[in-house]
Ligand binder design. Structure first.
Ligand SMILES: Nc1ncnc2c1ncn2[C@@H]1O[C@H](COP(=O)(O)OP(=O)(O)OP(=O)(O)O)[C@@H](O)[C@H]1O
Ligand SMILES: [Mg+2]
Length: 524
């Protein structure tokens, strides 16, 4: 064999392996390979067809010397034309003159203008004994180069291409897996750390979810209604996250946390010297929220004068800082929340009717957990999973304890469940949550299990708190849930106010209750 030819072929192989060694993009790499072939070996046109995923058709994946249109036409069924025949049989094909070969479909219509005599060589691309594609080349006929030689050489190239395609598929598959895992992880991170995740399968919560996705992308103000702990703050955050302003700030203001004039300055800002203590000018939260969302929690506690200013902002998106006449325009969306009965407050003159109607254009009511018992189980498993992850042990709940948790009315709603589940995770022994782990007030609130489980011999009664302590604990928790208002805690526990007062004294917590209550009042 001609030594110059061998040298040229070796050089081509060397270049091909160096292209494939660096490339990641399948099509581009194959095109570079084909262009090396054509330049170095007088090959005019070349194509690599690969079997599609379903394995039925060969499709051009890379070509040299073909226009995009010609390439697009290059799709062959197995057995169709020369390319399809090579694919089906796995045998190479050689012809000294393309124009004389009746089997050529000339499907790409790229050969019509050729005057020169073109030889055709096609070889299968094989991987692990399976044909995965076809490499074809039209080359200027050269009497010095035998068919065997062409086939031998292109078979080597086809083999390298096969390995490369395989590698590429592996990388793609791994990338797909990584991408899937990444999305999954992001979701988990968001659920675990950000909690921007609403759980619930009840019809009521499905409706809430629907309303959220409908209203979020709009500019509409939203009023979130529901008892404490039902998820209003969470929903506000999700509305922001799903809105077009998700990249903007989410500013949370609790209207019950500051007295009137301080709240006004907090929201709308002030100029220097506008009130005693205003040593420097300060932008308010509305200005900070430009391009984002302001979440006004406990909106019912906003003083009437300030309600007027808020109404003006809702209508015209403008306001003045305290002590300033300069009007500021801000693009902020308002989401408000309350656990109070606003219509009753409007009737009593404690809340402006016009503001109420303005906010109530899009109300979302989140029902208390006891009215959607279908959500209890899935929420319990959510908090179990989360605490398992947080505390690094896999938590499980014994059937009897599970029954109690499912039957409990959860007066403090999801927040109460979240707190109790965390407490149970801490109290559990080896991750097992049993009847003994549950606080007593859960037992008494739920119906008793059909058969009281006999205590295991080693769960010594001495380790359990005394009845007296348990009752005290139950009382304290009810008071805490009811913001230390004795009448409300009594109602929750189903005892009279007199009985409550009696117990508070008996347990020596009367001072504590007073103290907590006044702390709370001082804060709001
Ligand atoms: N459907 C839910 N899925 C998952 N977590 C929830 C759900 N509802 C509430 N939570 C979680 O329960 C806790 C209490 O919810 P959130 O603070 O939103 O209640 P709230 O209605 O704003 O209460 P409050 O009126 O006291 O402000 C939060 O940690 C929240 O993430
Ligand atoms: Mg809240």
């Amino acid at each position: 064999m001609d030594s110059r030819l061998i040298e040229a072929e070796l050089q081509v192989l060397h270049e091909i392996s160096s292209i494939l060694g660096k490339a990641l993009d399948l099509q581009r790499a194959l095109e570079m390979v084909l262009s090396v072939l054509s330049e170095k070996l007088a090959m005019k046109r070349a194509t690599v067809t690969l079997l599609d995923k379903a394995g039925g058709r060969l499709q051009i994946r890379a070509s040299h010397g073909l226009s995009a249109e010609e390439r697009g036409r290059g799709v062959y069924q197995m057995g169709e034309g020369v390319t399809g025949e090579i694919g089906r049989s796995g045998q190479p094909f050689w012809s000294p003159d393309v124009s004389l070969e009746p089997k050529f479909l000339n499907k790409t219509q790229s050969r019509r203008l050729d005057k020169e005599k073109l030889a055709f060589v096609g070889v299968p691309v094989v991987l692990r004994g399976q044909v995965i594609g076809v490499l074809t080349v039209d080359r200027l006929f050269d009497a010095d180069v035998s068919a065997e030689e062409d086939i031998r050489f292109l078979s080597i190239v086809a083999q390298i291409i096969g390995q490369f395609v395989h590698l590429n598929q592996e990388v793609e598959a791994r990338e797909r897996t990584l991408r899937r895992q990444n999305i999954q992880l992001k979701r988990e991170v968001s659920a675990t750390y950000n909690d921007f995740f609403i759980i619930g399968r009840s019809e009521a919560m499905k409706r809430v979810q629907q309303m959220i996705s409908r209203v979020a992308p709009s500019m509409a103000s939203v009023l979130l209604l529901g008892e404490s702990g039902t998820g209003k703050t969470l929903v506000a955050r999700i509305i922001h996250e799903l809105s077009l302003r998700a990249e903007g700030p989410f500013i949370k203001v609790n209207c019950a946390a500051l007295p009137g004039n301080l709240l006004e300055s907090e929201l709308f800002g002030h100029e220097k010297g506008s009130f005693t203590g205003a040593h420097a000018a300060r932008a308010g939260r509305f200005e900070e929220a430009d391009g984002g969302t302001v979440f006004l929690d406990e909106i019912a506690e906003m003083p009437l004068e300030l309600q007027a200013k808020l109404l003006r902002f809702l209508q015209d998106k403008e306001f003045e800082r305290l002590g300033s006449s300069r009007t500021i325009k801000v693009d902020a969306r308002i989401v408000a929340a309350t656990n109070r009965e606003l219509p009753a407050m409007v009737d009593a003159g404690a809340f402006r009717a016009d503001l109420y109607y303005r906010l109530n254009v899009f109300p979302i009511y989140i029902p208390p957990l006891r009215q959607r018992p279908q959500d209890i189980e899935i929420l319990l498993s959510h908090f179990l999973d989360r605490n398992s992850a947080n505390y690094g042990q896999s938590l499980s709940v014994e059937p009897a304890a599970r029954r109690v948790l499912l039957d409990y009315p959860w007066p403090g709603n999801v927040r109460e469940m979240q707190n109790i589940m965390e407490r149970l995770a801490i109290m559990s022994e080896n991750g097992r949550i049993t009847m003994e782990t549950l606080p007593l007030f859960l037992h008494s609130a739920a119906s008793p299990p059909p058969q009281a489980p006999s205590p295991a011999p080693d769960s010594a009664a001495s380790g359990r708190p005394k009845l007296w302590e348990m009752e005290k604990d139950q009382l304290l928790q009810a008071l805490e849930r009811n913001r230390w208002v004795q009448s409300r805690a009594a109602a929750e526990l189903g005892i009279t106010l007199r009985q409550m007062g009696h117990r508070v004294k008996k347990f020596g917590i009367d001072k504590l209750v007073k103290q907590r209550r006044s702390q709370l009042l001082g804060k709001s």
